[in-house]
Design a protein around this ligand. Sequence first.
Ligand code: ADP
Ligand code: MG
Length: 304
Amino acid sequence: MDEFALIRRYFHHAQGDSVVAGPGDDAAIVTPPVGHELVLTQDTSLAGRHFPLDMAAADVGYRCLAVNLSDLAAMGAQPLWFLLSLTLPEVDEAWLEGFAAGLFELADATGISLVGGDVTRGPLSVSIQATGAVPAGQALRRSGAQVGDAICVGGVTGAGLLGLQHWQQGQREGAAVTHFRRPVPQLALGQALRGSATACIDISDGTVADLGHILTASGGLGALLDEAWLPLGSPLLVDCDAQTQRQLQLQGGDDYVLLFTIDPRTTLPEGCHRIGTVESQPGVRLNNLLGQPVPLTLGGWQHF
Ligand code: ADP
Ligand code: MG
């Protein structure tokens, strides 16, 4: 199968009304929605580094798109179009079929259209560039947190890292492994937070590390988290003692759950909960169960 047959066979797929020309021309043509700003993001996933070499092709397709959609969610954007740059060691039709099935399962569920891309030969890697839209001026930024704001998360954090650990121990099932294989981007939440959240980010490096990005972008603020507010006993963190659950929640990564700051008087959307408060004193502290504030390191996952 040549490159063009491969693209036609696996990557020509139904597209939304805003696509004038998708795969097949020199470049794609799209119509941006009137009165909106475009939001662009890109993420590259290398086999063996960002996903395990033995992960099912359908999960690779799903996950690589999900991490891009999570960035759009964190900006409050509605997903519209994406480009796919695929580097393949060989043409493995069974793999491509699985990959496309997982990719388009999530694309169709979220209304994003594949409009073009690139295929090259080399070590397996998947790079996706996704574009979304927000009503002009309403994107959620990292920079708007205010002293006194509630610090909230859009769900239970920690399952991404726990799922990876379970995977590395040979487990292929369970809630945490599923969360790791197929993280669910919080698109509806991001859009619902437009106009109310003062800052937002999606948790990829760990809660404390990503909170640090908000605090830095918001002018060098600090935070006091409350250990008693971290939920215990979630089915996502089964079989972990309380100490491990809290560590996963604060330091884990790959969660793709939204972390946001908001006026503490606001009623939170369902599934969200408060974990702390923005303070003027820089640094992140944890109010432990004895009521003593202990400093937390900002260290999460860093590539360099
Ligand atoms: P060019 O040689 O002009 O760069 P390509 O041969 O790379 O173009 O691609 C031909 C067409 O197929 C383009 O419209 C491109 O966007 C599309 N395409 C290439 N790879 C992919 C892919 N992985 N998924 C979707 N469309 C793709
Ligand atoms: Mg061309």
